[in-house]
Structure formats: C-alpha cells, structure tokens
Design a protein around this ligand. Structure first.
Ligand SMILES: [Zn+2]
Ligand SMILES: [Zn+2]
Length: 135
C-alpha cells in the first residue's frame, strides 16, 4: 500500500493510472509506503510509524501514553549519571531521590508544564514495543 504526501490518499499498486507513478487521487509524484497502525487502524507513512514487523503504531497512538509516568519509565528504562551534591547524598538514599523526582515529574505533568513530544519522538520504538507487550 502507498500513501500520498500531498492528499493522504491510500492506494495499492493496482490503483496507479496505467504507466504512471502518480497518486490516483491528485496526480502527485510524492508518496510513501503506507502501513496500518495496529492501535487505531489508520494508514500512515512508514516513516511515521513505530514498533516492529507488522505491529506498528502511529504517532498519536504512541503519544496516548505520554502522561503515564510509570509506563514510560518502565518502557524506556534508560538511566543517565547525574552529579548530585554530596550533602544530598548524605541526606537522601537512592530510593528517596527516585521518589522525589517521581513526585516532581507527576506535578509537572499535571500542570501541563512539560511537553513530552521530544521524548516520545526519541523513544517511540521502545514505547510501541512496550504497548505491544501489554496486549
Ligand atoms: Zn494525492
Ligand atoms: Zn494509531
């Protein structure tokens, strides 16, 4: 299947006008391979779908979980070393620090003070894969 960059028409190889590689709806030459989102069933360009094999999801389905901190933390899992002033290391345990950050992140999300779209873009494959495992 293919999807037109110009008009979003979805068509198969049999829909092409004879001998012409153009969108049958609008005549544009710009189109991509189309894949069907496993979440919502929409056809989207392959470059805008995440996951593996036949289990791809579109951006809006992957973004559905953008406020679910527990899910995102377990889905993406990455950690990064940060420098924490020594006084805090004496006052707080690792678990304390994680609990504090968790609470602060929840508050920030609830205030609408964090735009998760960059994070979703960077980790879309991991998120799509974790959604797949949940099913
Ligand atoms: Zn078109
Ligand atoms: Zn979708």
């Amino acid at each position: 299947m293919f999807i037109c960059d110009n008009c979003n028409a979805v068509f198969s190889e049999f829909d092409f006008p004879a001998d012409k590689d153009v969108c049958p709806e609008c005549g544009s030459h710009a189109f991509d391979e189309a894949v069907q989102c496993r979440g919502c069933g929409e056809w989207v360009p392959r470059s805008e779908a995440w996951g593996f094999g036949s289990r791809l999801r579109c951006k809006s389905c992957v973004s559905e979980r953008s406020e679910d901190i527990d899910f995102l933390v377990s889905a993406t899992g990455d950690t990064e070393d940060v420098e924490i002033p020594m006084l805090y290391r004496y006052i707080f345990s690792d678990d304390d620090i994680e609990a504090i950050l968790y609470r602060a992140a929840k508050e920030k999300l609830a205030r609408g003070d964090f735009d998760a779209s960059d994070y979703i873009d960077d980790y879309a494959n991991d998120i799509a894969e974790a959604m797949e495992k949940e099913e």
